[in-house]
Design a protein around this ligand. Sequence first.
Ligand code: GDP
Ligand code: IMO
Ligand code: MG
Length: 426
Amino acid sequence: MPATVVVGTQWGDEGKGKLTDLLARDMDMVVRYQGGHNAGHTVVVGDDTFALQLVPSGILYEHIVPVIGNGVVVDPVVLIEELDTLEAKGVDTSRMALSGNAHLVMPYHQEIDRVTERYLGKNSLGTTKRGIGPAYADKAARVGLRVQDLLDPKIFRQKLDVVLKEKNALLAKVYNRLPLDADDICDLYLGKLADRVSAMVVDAVALVHEALDRGDHVLLEGAQATFLDLDHGTYPFVTSSNPVAGGACTGSGVGPRDIGEVIGIAKAYVTRVGSGPFPTECHDEVGDILVERGHEYGTNTGRRRRCGWFDAVMARQAVRLNSLTEVALTKLDVLDTFASLKVCVAYQAGSERYVHPPYHQSVLHQVTPVYEELPGWQEDLSGATELSDLPPAARDYVAFLAEQIGVPIRLVGVGPGRDQFVRFAA
Ligand code: GDP
Ligand code: IMO
Ligand code: MG
């Protein structure tokens, strides 16, 4: 049974948590394949809201084996806190499995993330300051510590001593910060914390392949999104991993032939947190309405998200980059009050028209969106459960997006709740 991928098609926060939770009803395993606690995936169950950072969004179901794959960077302190919070809410976290090959986010990563952002000043990226970029940088530089190093305190200490020397020189000499102490880091990461983490450590590649061989349904859950991808996003205003579907392979140890469906998730409009180009961004009251009606504030960082109209140019590119088989559209209800809606169908730069994003970022910064205007429905969609509950204008809007994107839209979100969605076939 090939695995299914869930991937964000915009700049994050499309509703991956909600969709993963929804699909997990029919899955056996959910694997997070990249990112770290820069992610915030929300699942709303009745009056309870779960904001998941590292833990796969399928954890709320007892039949799901939740796995953190090798492609994730893990802050063990955050992971344990997150599991404790879930346990306190009555969620059984005992099935949690963690790849021994996942890299650790270390205290100096967070410190370096914070100081480099400050150092960059007005050129800062607007990172989540969680140490994610520095952790992936160390992974690539081959000086990272991995989850499996927690199982061997001697090795952990040896590796730490080597890397900390360089980090402290950087912190003290370049950034004028106090050096970090290796004993303090060992006190924090080893001992009790390491015991708890160790209990979850598995050979995740074997675990996933055994599940696939059994015919189990495996869902690979992405964090961040296509245009925050290190290779394909709006570099340098990106994250430091590969959220695209290809990253699901490297981040979980599954080859491309073991992937079946690739479900892209898109909001019915677009949001972005942090810096970087955003062609359809609305700086007027439309942006304010989207922020307020969509509660567009970061799940973990609380930052106000930038908002704009749906961008079919980006969505088409996301189809290419991820081999999307379908799209799930969220937050259609947020558009309920508009008399008319704009959809960006192309970009214009001088005499050039683009139906896919220009590869050169300088051009992307200059493009003007070409909009088509569609009538709004001005009706409350939040109670809709079937296609026939959607007013014709809402159906037409979704059908128009599907036609523009070029892949079917099969699920449409009409509210944050677990059951607030409509099955579509546009
Ligand atoms: P993720 O990072 O992709 O998992 O998305 P986030 O959880 O950061 O942000 C999505 C937000 O939208 C969360 O607060 C969800 O509860 C909410 N949400 C998801 N789907 C819908 C929807 O269809 N309608 C509304 N109104 N809210 C939704
Ligand atoms: P989920 O999984 C939205 C953004 C940051 C910043 C850039 C780099 O909830 O969709 P980083 O801390 O990763 O080095 O920051 O990426 N960013 C996100 N934006 N949703 C996320 O995750 C994000 N994770 C990182 O705001 O612009
Ligand atoms: Mg989020």
